[in-house]
Design a protein around this ligand. Sequence first.
Ligand SMILES: Nc1ncnc2c1ncn2[C@@H]1O[C@H](COP(=O)(O)OP(=O)(O)OP(=O)(O)O)[C@@H](O)[C@H]1O
Length: 709
Amino acid sequence: MKDGQISESGTHDELLGLSGEYARLIQTYHPEEEEEEEEEKEREESRKDELSQTQPSQENDEKKDEKKAGSPVKDGKGTSAELIKEESMESGMVSMATYSSYVHYAGGWCKVIGTGLFIVLSNAFLVATNAWPAIWLRAADMQNVEYQVITNTNDTYTDYYTGAPYEETDESLDLDERLDFYVGFYVALFLAVLVMFVLSSKFYVILVLRAASNLHNALFTRVIESSMIFFDTTPLGRILNRFSKDMDEVDLDLPNCLLRMIYCLCFCVIGELGACVFLPWNILPFLLFMPACLFILRFFRCGFCDIKRLNNICRSRLVSHLSATMQGHATIKAFCKSNYFIRRYEALLDSDTQLLQTVQMAIRWAAVRLDSLAALNAGVVTVIIILWRNHMSNSIMGFVLYIVSSLCIGTIQTTFIALTETESSFIAVERLLEYIQTLPPEEAKTEKKSQDVTGWPSEGRVQFKGVKMRYQPHLPLVLKDINLVFEPREKVGIVGRTGSGKSSLGIALFRLTQICEGSILIDGMDIGKLSLQDLRNSLSIIPQDPVLFIGTIRYNIDPFNEHPDHELWEALEKTHIKQTITNLDGKLGAPVLENGENFSVGERQLICMARALLRKSKVLLLDEATAAIDTHTDSLIQQTIRDAFQDCTMLIIAHRLNTVLDCDKILVMDQGQVGEFDSPSNLLANPNSKLSAMLEAAGDKTTPGQSSP
Ligand SMILES: Nc1ncnc2c1ncn2[C@@H]1O[C@H](COP(=O)(O)OP(=O)(O)OP(=O)(O)O)[C@@H](O)[C@H]1O
C-alpha cells in the first residue's frame, strides 16, 4: 500500500522480481538476502520467524485474557490468586463515619448545624402561619361571645379553651385594634417564612455543592495518585461508574432526598407538636403510631440499602462491559461476536433493571403500610376531636384536622421514604469514600523528599543492584536479582522472549511498581529516595502503546508550552513526521482525537518520539517504540534517535533484533534474569550464545556491522 492506494500486489517472488516498493522494503530489512540461490532458504526462515513471533504473542494474548477475565493464576508457591478482585460491598445501614465524613467535606459541623437551624426555623414559621389564622378565628369567636354576654347578661360563658369566665372589658370589644394586630402579625410571619426559606435554601445549596465538589476532587486526586496495582486490578468501568453514577447521586439525588426528608420531618414534628398544644389528647394515638412506623422502617431500611448497593455494583459491571465493547468494537465485528456481546449487554441491563424495579417495589411496600398507619392515626384523632368538640372552637378543630390529614395524606409516608432514600443515597458517598480512604497512593505523602536534584543526572549512569520485583504481593517475581550497570551514553539493546521481563526493567526504573529488594542508582543516587516527580522528570520513555491526548499536536508534543515553535518543528523533522503535520489543517494546532485515533499507530509513535526529543533527558527508554513503523522509516528513526540522544544513556527494548545490533551492548533477558550482557560482537562471536540462537531462530544472519543503521 502507498498513499492509500495499492502500489503492488502478487506473490513474494513476483514482487521481488518487480524490484519496486516491496523489494526495497525487503532490502532494508534483509540487506544480505538478495541473492537468488538463497531465496528458498529465506522463505523457510521467514516462516520460522512468523512462527516464533505468533506463538509467543498468542501465549501473551491468552495470558492477558486470563488477566482481564480475573481468572486465577498460579503464583510462585503454587497457590492461585485472582488478578481482578470482585467489587467489595458493605452491608446493612450506612455507618455514622460516612455521615460525619460527608459533614467534613461539606464544611464541618458548625456550618451544617447552622444551615439545619435555618431550615427548622423556616418550617416552624410555616406551621405558625398555618396556626395563626386558627388563633385569629378563635379570637373572633370570643368577640362574638362577648357580644352575646353584653346582650344577654343572664348567661355566663367560659373560655372554650381555658375554661375561665370571660370578663367584659372595653378593650376586648375593640375589634379594629385586634384586626390590625392579627393581620400585622400574620404578614410578619409570612415575611419571616419568605426570608428564612430564601436564606436556608441558599445555605443548603452552598453546603451540598461544597460537599459534592470536595468529594469529587478528593476522589480524583486519589485515583490519579494511586499505584499501578489499583489500575491493574480494577476494570475501567468500575472507576467510571464511581465518577458517573455515584458522583451523580451525590450531586443530585442526595441533596434532593435530604432536603425533602428535612422539610417533611420538620413539618411532621412541628405540626404534630402544634396540634398537641391545641389538642393534648392527640399525643396518645401518635405515641402508638410512631413505634409502628419505626418498626416498618427498620425492615425497609436494611433491605433498601442492600438493594441499592447491589444496584451500584451491577451498574459497574454494565459500564465495564460497555466500555470494553466500545474499545474493542472493531475486533468484535471482525470476529462476528456482536451477538454474544449484545446478549451479555442485555443480561446485564436486565439485572440492572430488575434491581431498579425492586427498589420501586420496596418503596411501594413501605408506602402502603405507612399510609395505612397514618390513615388509622387520622381516624383516631378525628374521633377524639368529635368527642372533644364541646371544649374546642371550630377554628382549632379545623387546624388540628388540617395537620392530621396532611400527615395522613402522604407526608408521613414521604418523610420515611425520603429518610430511607437519603440513607441509600449516602451509599454513593460510602463508595466514594471507600476509594478516597483506601486506595494505596503510588507515593506516600511522607516519601515526598526534597532532595536537591539540580543538575541531576549529569552523566546518566544507571545501576541495578540485586533488584527483585513482583507486580503484586501474591504474584511471582518478574525480576529476579538483576545486577547491571549501564554506563553513561551507552546504547543498550534489550532483547528476550515475550514475558522475559524487558518492559518490567523500565517499570522498575520509573518506579511504576515498587521493587521489593535491591536498589536502582542513577549517577549514584538511589532513585527510591527521590520523589516520583523528580525521578520521572529526569527520565524519558517512548512506550509500546503510544499515548496521545485530546488536544492539538502542539499540546501533545509540548504539554507545558515550554518550547518555541521552531524547536517543535525541528523535533518533528528529526522524527520524520514533519511532512504529515505540515499537510494538516492547522498544522501544530491541528486537532488530536481521543487516543490519537485520527493518526496511525506509527504516526503516533513518531509524535511521541518528537515529545521525548524535546525533553532532552539523560536517560531514555524506548520500549519497542518503532514496532509499528515500517522498516525503512524505522532505520531512519533509529539513526535520528542515536544522533539526537548521543549524550544520553539509551535503553532500547526491541523484538526486531536487527534494530539493536549496532548498540554498544545487548542485554538478553531470560525469565526475569540477566541471560547475557555484552557487546554484540562478543555475543555473536559465540555460536552458543542466546543472542546467536535468537538470530538463528529469527532467520537473521546480520552482523553488527551490517545491521540496519
Ligand atoms: N501489570 C501486570 N500485572 C501482573 N503481571 C504482569 C503485569 N505486567 C507484566 N506482567 C508479567 O510479568 C512478566 C514480564 O512481563 P514483561 O511485560 O516485563 O515482559 P516483556 O519481556 O516486556 O514482554 P513483551 O516482549 O511481550 O513486551 C510476564 O510474565 C507478565 O505476565
